[in-house]
Design a protein around this ligand. Structure first.
Ligand code: ADP
Ligand code: MG
Length: 240
């Protein structure tokens, strides 16, 4: 196996007295594209948010690149997260949106410019740098949101249903863009979706979740051709 990117050991999450993640163990190879898929409410976002440090784990341990990050702040974990809602600052230009996190981290101006220009080139948004989010299409906004993650040079990218606000046609082209991005950057990417097609086309490894547990983890082909149970077969759409 490759060097390990992310390791989850017996991760649990309670909201109040209700346990919603029931002890998840998972090893994610460095540089791989892993997709968490499963029906609404199964715990995909909660699991991702715990890896990001936006949600505390109730129990268990999270390692990123061999470092125990369980109790670290989000900004110290070497991750960057892309949300479905874009979360751009409406009063700032695209360039300012891309630079904002780096400015907060007191990165040098010249370095910020270099990174913003590189990310803009990768995402083909160079011509949009002076616009504000309100002057962009949904697809362009999502590119900026991804750009904001890229400039931080994270070890691991976390995506929570980044395409679900886009129309069907744009979803397909953005999916191709994200796959290209993964090839070009080579980072570990963890991607949450409830869309089986997205999961099957993007993933090196699919993790099928149901009610806070892993039903099956494997390559798209393994999961499709050899589903562990009826739930996985039904969800992935395998022939039975
Ligand atoms: P998914 O992203 O797969 O749709 P979530 O991770 O959002 O699922 O939710 C998993 C479960 O945890 C659901 O039952 C949801 O209602 C519950 N949940 C999520 N966030 C909270 C919260 N802040 N407080 C209480 N329950 C929550
Ligand atoms: Mg969710």
């Amino acid at each position: 196996m490759n060097e390990t990117g992310v390791v989850l050991t017996d991760i649990r999450k309670n909201f109040g007295s209700l346990e919603v993640i029931h002890g998840i163990d998972l090893r994610i190879a460095e540089g791989s594209f892993v997709v968490f898929v499963g029906p609404s409410g199964c715990g995909k976002s909660t699991l991702l948010r715990m890896i990001a440090g936006l949600e505390e784990v109730t129990d268990g341990e999270i390692e990123i690149k061999g470092r125990n990050v369980t109790d670290l702040d989000p900004s110290d974990r070497g991750i960057a997260m892309v949300f479905q809602s874009y979360a751009l600052y409406p009063h700032m230009s695209v360039r300012e949106n891309l630079a904002f996190g780096l400015k907060m981290a007191r990165t040098e101006t010249a370095e910020i410019d270099t990174r913003v220009n590189a990310a803009s080139a990768i995402l083909k948004i160079d011509h949009l740098l002076d616009r504000r989010p309100g002057q962009l299409s949904g697809g362009q906004r999502q590119r900026v949101a991804i750009g904001r993650a890229i400039v931080r040079k994270p070890d691991v990218f976390l995506f929570d249903e980044p395409l679900s606000n886009l129309d069907a046609e744009l979803r397909v082209s953005m999916r191709i863009e994200i796959a290209r991005l993964h090839r070009e950057l080579g980072n570990t990417m963890i991607y949450v979706t409830h869309d089986q097609t997205e999961a099957m086309t993007l993933a090196d490894k699919i993790v099928v979740l149901r009610d806070g547990r892993i039903e099956q983890a494997g390559t798209p082909r393994e999961v499709y051709e050899n589903p562990a149970n009826i739930f996985v077969a039904g969800f992935i759409g395998s022939p039975r």
